[in-house]
Design a protein around this ligand. Sequence first.
Ligand code: CTP
Ligand code: MG
Length: 167
Amino acid sequence: MFGLLYRALVFILPAYVANGAPVVIGRLLGDGHPIDFGKNFFDGRRVLGDGKTIEGFVGGVLAGIVVATVLEEWGLHSLFGGSVLSIGALLGDMVGSFIKRRLGYKRGDPIFLLDQLDFLLGALGLYWLVFDDIEVEIFVLLVLITPILHIATNVGAYYLGLKKVPW
Ligand code: CTP
Ligand code: MG
């Protein structure tokens, strides 16, 4: 059990870092440039909103790639696999925001499970598209533990002053 948990966490670590880094980058660099260029969708609402920035996307992917590089160095991951997970994480996060905006939720409004799983499903989905190979046990375990870890780290980030809201 713990062997599986360890393997799952090492595997997904680049995606976790890629997803968390934009919060830190946003605090360091200030508000970045929105990926949707501030544009509205056909429904009159923002395509993605101000929470999805070019700086956050690029910085998040780079942070995930740095982690993947170290993990490959240690023989624990592949750089390419970790990079795919990182890009997938940021893409999934964007899809999540797109869905939130279509449902009328404003930037930062919480939607339980969508907020916690969008990046994970993006990461695993892109990884699966590229490699066609994910262990079912790892997939299921990550879907179960990621919401818990995500909420715990966000509460931590809130108390560290990194986030304005604890979700
Ligand atoms: N962030 C960013 N660029 C991204 C992703 C995240 O700059 N591509 C930063 C933003 O500062 C964002 C923060 O990370 O506010 C937290 O990300 P997230 O919770 O995904 O965004 P929310 O602000 O909650 O917006 P949304 O309602 O669209 O999820
Ligand atoms: Mg959020």
